[in-house]
Design a protein around this ligand. Structure first.
Ligand SMILES: Cc1cc2nc3c(=O)[nH]c(=O)nc-3n(C[C@H](O)[C@H](O)[C@H](O)COP(=O)(O)OP(=O)(O)OC[C@H]3O[C@@H](n4cnc5c(N)ncnc54)[C@H](O)[C@@H]3O)c2cc1C
Length: 558
């Protein structure tokens, strides 16, 4: 039901990623007047992309859409752009560690309903797990299907490896499946990832017959997805403005938001305000009076995980796989040949591989701080790994003695991407509704049943729009999510210690806005100001020191 003219609200939404745009779309459709303010000259945040000097697209990340993304699928259908999703054959492809150059698959047979199709896909695969291992793996996962969310939430204090050991799962399943899965889901290793994440993903994917079917967008996200979202907002009376950096939330006496202060000094007033910025940015922008509130103190427990997305352009077409591949490499996560999988990047003669490099720093559970390394060092390490994985195509062991030649590369570092879903964090994700009467939260990190993902971002934005719409009509909202006891106890004696206070919101680099970029010196200097541990070089230090720093960083905000 649309808001009446008297109920109509002017709503400022800070952040033009998928969450802010989704929020704007649903608010405009509900009869309100959203104004989306995006700091950068491109929309999309973590799905943004831009052209390099040769006109080739550089993406922040290799992005996959799943059948089990209901809110995202609705969005595509509402925007009438469903044909832009390039669905791939329903299977999962894993590179074989022991047999370089070969792959093995989980094949989902058409016509078999969920979750049987997944069980069958695993049973039919003869290369990854033995039958006794498969039989041993199933029982610990059954409660997830029977008890559902309750069981899943209770496992949040355990890492994937803790869970495996507690329930006697075979160790090999870690190497065969969970390492790939953990790195694909949150860019970290299973000993760091909360089991809730794996179970949530499995539960969503397994309960729908096409849940694990994957799609690539047919081109760059700003044009192919963000632009139709922008048009939809504008068609319904809203606005989407770029190069609009919000510097500060300015408060009234009662701590509600008076207006936003822009970097250019302009003031924008509204009835309602929504933050759709990443959690690390929200922490830096949090007004002083709010930092004393338990609700906002929950954010101390959440921080973005670093990740690197690499583009490699080769002089020839490599083995043609029209799908996402799980590398199962210690250095890399998933990859895809975009010259085959994506229409806009299609090239019959030359491959462009996009690879996700993870875990890429001690903060993400890795041993090396790749964020602090040069792009050339990262590319060299990746090429060495590709040579090992695909000896017949890359490197001196290729039949021609040279292998495919690398023409050029682009290394996109996102120092703070999705929130790190390490054990025990899910309970701190705040509700969209806040204790501030005219301020609502959106973003993939807010409390919603999906992980930090494109689906989570769209749902977070939609839920934020629902809060504002319900309040405008004087209707009951879902209310504030319960705040954990430890936060409540700490809040009574809170001294401000451990709170990552704003250094400044003065800088212009995408990394300041929680996005990714091919970092240049200026970006690194800005990163050093806001997030110095990202550039701490860890190599050459003892393991004890590395462990201590890693622990300190993970505990820093507790
Ligand atoms: C390498 C990589 C691979 C990924 N792969 C997948 C995948 O395969 N599948 C999947 O579902 N998800 C994937 N994700 C996750 C997904 O991209 C994110 O979960 C999602 O895009 C987050 O959307 P968001 O709107 O919540 O936040 P963001 O995209 O971070 O948007 C926040 C926006 O706020 C803006 N902003 C910040 N500060 C200000 C300010 N002061 N003023 C104005 N604007 C500001 C930023 O510029 C940005 O545009 C991946 C992410 C990365 C980095």
């Amino acid at each position: 039901m649309k808001a009446s003219p008297e109920q109509k609200k002017k709503v400022v939404i800070v952040g033009g990623g998928l969450s802010g745009l989704a929020c704007g779309k649903y608010l405009a459709e509900a009869g309100h007047e959203p104004i989306v303010l995006e700091a950068r000259d491109v929309l999309g945040g973590k799905v943004s992309a831009w052209k390099d000097k040769d006109g080739d697209w550089i993406e922040t990340g290799l992005h996959i859409f799943f059948g089990a993304y209901p809110n995202m699928m609705n969005l595509f259908s509402e925007l009438d752009i469903e044909d832009r999703l390039q669905w791939k054959v329903h299977k999962m492809i894993f590179a074989m560690q022991e047999l370089p150059g070969e792959f093995t698959t989980f094949d989902f047979i058409k016509g078999i309903p969920a979750p049987l199709n997944f069980g069958l896909a695993i049973l039919l695969n003869q290369k990854m797990l033995t039958l006794p291992e498969k039989i041993q793996t199933a029982p610990p996962l059954l409660p997830m299907l029977i008890e559902g969310q309750d069981f899943i939430d209770k496992q949040d204090e355990l890492s994937v490896t803790d869970f495996m050991r507690k329930y006697g799962m075979p160790e090999r399943i870690n190497e065969e499946v969970f390492i790939s899965m953990a790195k694909a889901l949150d860019f970290i290793d299973p000993d760091k990832l909360s089991m809730t994440v794996v179970l949530t993903a499995m539960n969503r994917f397994l309960n729908e017959t096409d849940g694990l079917q994957m799609a690539f967008l047919d081109g760059n996200q700003p044009d192919r997805l963000c632009e139709p979202m922008k048009q939809s907002i504008e068609k319904n009376g809203g606005r989407v403005l770029m190069k609009q950096r919000v510097k500060e939330w300015v408060l009234n006496e009662d701590d509600s938001v008076k207006h936003v202060l822009m970097a250019n000094g302009e003031v924008i007033e509204a009835d309602e305000f929504i933050s759709a910025v990443p959690v690390d940015v929200m922490k830096r922008m949090c007004p002083e009076p709010w930092t004393k509130m338990p609700f906002f103190q929950q954010m101390k427990q959440l921080e973005g995980i670093p990740v690197i997305n690499i583009h490699l352009w080769f002089d020839r077409k490599l083995q043609n796989v029209d799908h996402l591949c799980f590398s199962r490499s210690p250095l890399l996560s998933v990859y895809a040949d975009m010259s085959t999988t994506c229409k806009e990047y299609y090239d019959e003669e030359k491959s462009m591989i996009e690879l996700v490099f993870a875990p890429c720093s001690p903060i993400a559970g890795g041993k090396t701080n790749w964020i602090a390394k040069s792009n050339q060092e990262i590319v060299d390490a990746t090429m060495k790994e590709l040579e090992r994985l695909f000896p017949l195509e890359i490197g001196k062991k290729a039949p021609d003695g040279v292998g495919a030649k690398l023409l050029k590369h682009a290394v996109v570092k996102t120092p703070r991407s999705v929130y790190a879903a390490v054990p025990g964090r899910n309970k701190y994700r705040p509700s969209q509704e806040t204790p501030i009467k005219n301020f609502t939260l959106a973003g993939d990190w807010t409390s919603q049943k999906f992980l930090g993902s494109m689906e989570g971002a769209v749902l977070g934005g939609k839920l934020a729009a629902e809060v504002v719409s319900a309040k405008a009509k004087g209707m009951k909202t879902a209310g504030l999510k319960k705040i954990n006891d430890d936060i409540m106890a700490e809040a009574s004696t809170f001294s401000g210690q451990g709170w990552k206070r704003p250094q400044k919101m003065e800088d212009e680099s995408p990394v300041v806005f929680g996005a990714g970029y091919v970092l240049e010196e200026n970006d690194e200097q800005q990163l050093m100001t806001i997030d110095p541990e990202q550039l701490t070089e860890m190599d050459g230090r003892s393991q004890a020191t590395k462990d201590a720093v890693q622990e300190a960083v993970l505990n820093r905000t507790r």
